[in-house]
Structures are given as C-alpha cells and as structure tokens.
Design a protein around this ligand. Structure first.
Ligand code: C2E
Ligand code: CA
Ligand code: CA
Ligand code: CA
Length: 277
C-alpha cells in the first residue's frame, strides 16, 4: 500500500522482516560492520535556488552487507541506537563526511555538509567529538550543518540548549529535520540557535495537488523567512514540486528531481556544474 508517515520519505519499503534470531544475527553483524568497513556514506545534492548551483549535500549512511546487499539506514539505525553502537558509527560518519567536505573544498568547491545526528549521540561529549573532527580534518565549521529532529532537541531542553549554544560558538550550523512532524511547540525556535528548517517530505509529496499541504509548506516558508532561517524542501521528486518551491523562494531544494543519494565520485560532476540539472 502507498503510505507515508511523517518524517518518512520512502513510500514503498521492502521490509527486512527482522525478528527473533535474525535480529540477533543482525546485531552481531553490526558489531563487525565497523571494523570490516562495511558502512559507506552516500551524498544527496541540495540545489541553491538563487544561484542554481549545488552548494550543499546531505550525508546518508548505507550498509554494504556481504549477503544482504545495500541495507537502508531505516533498517539498521534503530538497532544502532538500541545497542549504543550509534555513537561509534556516528563518529565514523561525521569524520568521513567532514573529510569529504574538506576534499571538495581543496578542489575549489566549498560545499556545505549536512550530517544527521540522533538523540543518543546528542550528549555533552559529542561537543568534544565534533571539535576534534573539525580540527583533524581542518574543516571550516561553518560548512558543517548538523541535522536533528524536533524530538532530539525537545527531549531534554536544558541539556539541548547547552549543546546547541556550544555548537553555535564553535561555528557549526544547525538544521531542524522533518520540521513540523514532531510534537513540539514553536517556542523552541526562538530559544535555540537554529540556522535552517527542513520541510518534511510528507508535506512535499502532494504539495501541488493538496491545498492543505501547500498551505503548510507556504507557512513554513513564511515562518522561516520572518525568523531569518534558511528553508530546505526535501523529497522533491517532480518538476512541478520543484517549481512550487522555486516560485516561493525556498532557499534549497533536495530530492530525486535534483539527484538521488550517491557515492562522492558520482556527485562530483554535479558540484562542478558540468552536469547541472
Ligand atoms: P532523513 O534524514 O529524513 O533523510 C531523507 C531520506 O529521504 C533519505 O532516506 C533519502 O534518501 C530520502 N529521499 C531523498 N530524496 C527523496 C525523494 O525525492 N523522494 C523520496 N521518496 N525519498 C527521498 P535514507 O537515505 O534511506 O535515510 C533514512 C533516514 O535514516 C534518514 O532520514 C535519517 O533519519 C536516517 N539516517 C541516514 N543516515 C544517517 C546517519 O548517518 N546518521 C543518523 N543518525 N541517521 C541517519
Ligand atoms: Ca526523515
Ligand atoms: Ca536528514
Ligand atoms: Ca528529513
């Protein structure tokens, strides 16, 4: 059946049917995956509407399982979170993404790198991890954008406020992922140092056909603009959706219409502008 829950862009999901002994096997596999270097980062381009260039990418993790093939993060991120392995894998992902961003910068392409961050990672020692990685890769912090969902910042608002403030002082920028799908008040928008809002794909899917979705998308754009935040539309799959957001001066557009998540080498022609959409 075609369905899409908030914060979930994939409509047709081949379920892995993970249960019982399989779950245990998968967990064992996950422990080995890091040392065997089975995780890879794919990068999805974001189009800057004003310049027409690819100026940012989102890093999305994949697991190249020896027998299962390419496993979707939706099938293993929850397991990584439950087992606590997310801290280790998250650190690896952050380092890999920053190294890639630095490589592009050195080639003359100052690409902004968005990295997802889950609740379990969002602890005080995360600040040291981010700091160390930025130093190690000598990446300008302004080019790192951390994506967190509303629930991550709302879980423990005092601790979140502290972490977000320190990140801001470091020069790292913050995006609210799946904006509008969480159960939170808008009050946090003025308390937290936020740089951008990502309109969730569940509002984008029918934005050209459904008045409510269009109204929600437009309201988020207005809200973002009046608060001085950048707005990113995600899950843009068609030319009509793309035009909707272009016409309304959305800052960045991400989705299959621009490009799917892909390995760094495949993305390179897009960022050099030799193959722009
Ligand atoms: P997300 O952060 O909301 O990422 C967007 C998801 O939408 C990605 O799924 C992306 O491939 C997909 N997508 C992008 N454009 C389109 C489109 O036009 N149409 C449709 N239908 N889908 C689109 P993906 O890569 O499977 O990632 C799923 C989720 O896994 C992410 O959702 C994020 O929550 C999580 N995730 C991925 N990588 C990481 C990571 O390194 N760390 C953490 N903590 N979570 C990650
Ligand atoms: Ca999501
Ligand atoms: Ca994201
Ligand atoms: Ca999202």
């Amino acid at each position: 059946a075609k369905h899409s829950s908030p914060g979930q862009c994939r409509y047709y999901r081949p379920e892995m049917n993970v249960r019982g002994s399989e779950l245990l096997a998968l967990e064992t596999d996950l422990h080995r995956a890091l040392e065997r270097e089975e995780f890879v980062l794919y990068y999805q381009p974001q189009l800057d509407v004003t310049t027409g260039q690819i100026t940012a990418v989102e890093a999305l993790i994949r697991w190249q399982h020896p027998n299962r093939g390419l496993v979707s993060p939706r099938d293993f991120i929850p397991l990584l979170e439950q087992t606590g392995l997310i801290e280790e894998v998250g650190k690896w992902g952050l380092n890999t993404a920053c190294r890639q961003a630095k490589a592009w910068h050195s080639q003359g392409y100052p690409i902004r790198m968005a990295v997802n961050c889950s609740a379990r990672q969002f602890q005080q020692h995360f600040l040291d991890i981010v700091h160390q990685i930025l130093q190690k890769q000598s990446l300008d912090p302004a080019y790192l954008e951390l994506e967190v969902t509303e629930s991550v910042v709302m879980q423990d608002t005092q601790s979140a406020t502290y972490i977000l403030q320190r990140l801001k002082e470091m020069g790292v920028t913050l995006a609210i992922d799946d904006f509008g799908t969480g159960y939170s008040s808008l009050a946090y928008l003025k308390r937290f140092p936020i740089h951008s809002l990502k309109i969730d794909c569940s509002f984008v899917r029918d934005v050209t056909k459904n008045e409510e979705d269009a109204a929600i998308a437009e309201t988020i754009l207005l809200l973002g603009n009046s608060l001085g935040l950048e707005v990113v539309a995600e899950g843009v799959e068609t030319e009509a959706q793309m035009r909707f957001f272009q016409d309304r001066h959305c800052h960045r557009i991400q989705g299959y219409w621009i490009g799917r998540p892909m390995p760094a080498k495949d993305l390179f022609p897009l960022i050099t502008g030799r193959n722009n959409p």
